[in-house]
Design a protein around this ligand. Sequence first.
Ligand code: ADP
Length: 395
Amino acid sequence: MKVLAVNAGSSSLKYQLFNMPEKTVICSGIAERIGLDMSIFSLKFNGEKYEIEVKIENHKQAIALVLEWFAKYKVVGNLDEINGVGHRVVHGGESFDKSVVIDEDVLKIIHDLSDFAPLHNPANIVGIEELSKALPHSIAVAVFDTAFHQTMPAESFMYATPYTWYTDYGIRKYGFHGTSHEYVSKQAAIMVDKAYNETKTIVCHLGNGASLCAIKNGASIDTTMGFTPLAGIPMGTRSGDIDPAIIPYIAAKENMDAQAVIDVLNKKSGFLGVSGFSSDARDISMAVAEGNERAILTLNLYAKRIAEVIGAYHVTLGGVDIIAFTAGIGENAGDVREAVCRRLTALGISIDEEKNLATRSKQTYISDSNSKIKVAVIPTNEELVIAEDTYAFLV
Ligand code: ADP
């Protein structure tokens, strides 16, 4: 059977077509910079990479292009061969604690939750509607970023704000990157050779967006992102947690409204804000190597915040079997992993420095034999989780 996994972000659309249950990738690709001057569209198929620069105004056009290229490059003989489509949906609120087949009611709830994720849920809905029209014979499944975190206890997900904010408006921590945290923590349990429901893991998902998650006995018990994906540790362009009193203060000083300040915290903060020159971890690393002080500050501030969360989750979990680094930075940036682990000697953590620096996108331990806690790099695979959850409804 063929299953298409679709990940529609605010300005991108990633897709992968799988053969299931073999889990083999038939093709994959991405539409980037949707809605900007020039977009890039690509398809990897049969060992070739096809790419064009073209204006893609919205997600509807991006999906039309995916299907057009499936025909053009004969990825499938007929679109009816695609039995299921799995959609990443960013916000499932408290309504979904697992993946579901999408029907009218589900679509309405995803729509109603757009208030919580205005950049993401509407893009996800376009993906669902367009593909359902183009592939009427396939089932559509929603895989939520928030679902895995629905196991968090109230003491983790509640903010210390008036309780009525929660009951009236749904103000609480939801958490995101759930598919990644689930996939990586399952791989981690296999690595340490323990049952998933007996393993204590901290997953550090460090990409453009970044979050940490404490997983105890197969369930998320805390995570760093909150009501929105702006919370937690600093990210490429996002500030992570700040004192909320800064928002009206800056609004008054710079003559902006609260939403404009939030936009700065989302798009002009994090690595970009502190370094003043880039949101990309590779640029920061290069500048650190050249002795650039703002880049060094960016790296140190990032590593400190991550290490502090690891310390907190060590307490919350009552000990840790394994700490796993994943996503673009976690999988590739040995210097970042080292900067984090150097701050964790109080937990008895020590890493094999040479092996750590050489490790890229490969599942392996980076801790040395003296380390009291195992530390590993585990590449994530959100698209595979989406395909597996979708396939589960097909058999
Ligand atoms: P997202 O999916 O959230 O957009 P990714 O997981 O792709 O993000 O991570 C993007 C980040 O990973 C960028 O900061 C990028 O610099 C970093 N990254 C990717 N490859 C490398 C590498 N080889 N070395 C260091 N950092 C890397």
